[in-house]
Every structure is written in structure tokens, then in C-alpha cells.
Design a protein around this ligand. Structure first.
Ligand SMILES: Nc1ncnc2c1ncn2[C@@H]1O[C@H](COP(=O)(O)OP(=O)(O)OP(=O)(O)O)[C@@H](O)[C@H]1O
Ligand SMILES: [Mg+2]
Length: 220
């Protein structure tokens, strides 16, 4: 506990989190890139180190602050060998939670990147790996995946995660949601599915595709 701030962090980032004290003063140097009733996202263009702070504003009765939830989820995901945006730690203060991560200027959202066959296949392998490792992100979509200059993918946003190996039905549900996503051409969606399901029988592929399309209709 420092100046009323509860710090949750590992040894190597303890110093780093202390640099952020007091949090309100630090936020003065920031630029707000997102604001809603529940959260704000800040970056710090004027300071040398590139940080990003996600502030979760809502007090939740008998429940952990979302920033803490995200941090704990991110640690579990990291342990499973998935590339994620690098979180440094959490500060809990005055009922709010501040999630601090390195802000990588070389990363853009996958949803804003130029898709190519290679990138779509990488995305399919990434998605498959995540699901096979029992990470079920409810809002898995290309806005929550970052891509760097070398086309390496990173998962971000860990508010709604369930650690459970999803059934084929749930997998189809995720794929149907992705399929609803308008930023990607149908041609690439097919490449994605082929890579995702790998070498399966043509009939079985058709069964799965029908299942996805049926789910997709429900969403529209
Ligand atoms: N470490 C990072 N480096 C660079 N950009 C990042 C990093 N972490 C997150 N972002 C960017 O910030 C955006 C918002 O982060 P996040 O998804 O965690 O919050 P969100 O509240 O779900 O916002 P949104 O609804 O816009 O997705 C991400 O989509 C991504 O573009
Ligand atoms: Mg998000």
C-alpha cells in the first residue's frame, strides 16, 4: 500500500508501478484515446516510455475490479504460451482499477491491417491455438488482436474470458461471430476456416460450415 494505492505487481515491475504514483498526477500527462461510462484508455505521448493505462471506473459489489480481473486473466493466458499485450500490473485506488501495459506503437489492430492470405492463415492458427489451450474469449474478434511490423499477433482485452476447452458447438459460435465481422472478405473467411479446421473430410467441413452459417443467421 502506497499513498492509499494498492499495488498488485511482480518484483520486476514494482519499480515501474511506483513511477505512476500518484496516479491522478500521472494521468495529467496523458491523452485519452477512449472514454465510456465504464472505462477510459490513456496513452502518454510526451514521456519517453510508452505506456498505456486502461482505467476501469465501475465499483462492483462483492466482485473484483475489472482491471484486476483482466490482469489475473492475462497472467493465466501468458502461462499457456499465448502472445499477449504486455501488462505491467494493476493499481487499485478509490474504487477504480488501473491496468498498466507497455504501449506498442508498432502494433495496429488486426481489424485495421491489410489482410493477405498469409496473415489470415496466421490468424486462423492463432485462433485455433487459443481455443485448444482452453482460452475462451467472449469477444474474440480482429479488434482484440494486435499485429506488429513482423506480422506477429498478440491477444488483448481480457475482461471476458472463460478458461475452458470449448465444445465444437462453442467453436462454431466463435467462428460465426468472426464470420459476421464485415471487415474481412468472404474469400478470406474461407481461407481462415480451411486453415482452422485443417485436413478434415469434405463432408465434415460442409457440416461445420452449415452449423456456422446457421448460427450466423441468428445474429443478423
Ligand atoms: N499494449 C498495447 N499496445 C498498443 N495498442 C494497444 C495495446 N493494448 C491495447 N491496445 C489498443 O487499445 C484498444 C483497446 O484496448 P482493449 O481492447 O483492451 O479495450 P476495450 O475497452 O475493449 O476497447 P475497444 O472496445 O475499443 O476494443 C485495442 O483494441 C488496441 O487497439
Ligand atoms: Mg477490446
Amino acid at each position: 500500500m502506497i499513498n492509499g494505492h494498492k499495488l498488485i505487481c511482480t518484483d520486476e515491475n514494482a519499480g515501474l508501478l511506483k513511477n505512476f504514483m500518484p496516479i491522478q498526477a500521472t494521468l495529467k500527462d496523458s491523452v485519452r484515446v477512449k472514454e465510456s461510462t465504464y472505462k477510459r484508455i490513456y496513452i502518454f505521448p510526451r514521456i519517453k516510455q510508452n505506456f498505456m493505462i486502461k482505467e476501469h471506473l465501475r465499483k462492483r459489489l462483492f466482485k473484483r475490479n475489472k482491471a484486476m480481473v483482466e490482469y489475473l486473466n492475462s497472467m493465466k493466458i501468458l502461462e499457456k504460451g499465448i502472445n499477449i499485450t504486455p501488462f505491467r500490473g494493476v493499481i487499485l485506488f478509490d474504487g477504480k482499477g488501473y491496468l498498466i501495459s507497455d504501449y506498442d506503437k508498432n502494433c495496429i489492430r488486426l481489424s485495421e491491417s491489410r489482410f493477405s492470405r498469409k496473415l489470415v492463415e496466421k490468424y486462423a492458427v492463432f485462433c485455433k491455438d487459443i481455443l485448444e489451450k482452453g482460452i475462451f474469449q467472449y469477444d474474440f474478434n480482429p479488434t482484440n488482436v494486435l499485429v506488429d511490423n513482423a506480422e506477429k499477433l498478440y491477444l488483448c482485452d481480457f475482461e471476458h474470458i472463460k478458461f475452458q476447452r470449448p465444445s465444437l458447438g462453442k467453436i462454431c459460435w466463435v467462428l460465426a461471430r468472426l464470420s459476421r465481422y464485415n471487415g474481412v472478405l468472404d474469400h478470406y473467411k474461407l481461407i481462415f476456416l480451411r486453415k482452422f479446421f485443417g485436413d478434415i473430410d469434405k463432408n465434415e467441413l460442409k457440416v461445420r460450415l452449415d452449423r456456422i452459417l446457421k448460427l450466423r443467421k441468428k445474429w443478423v
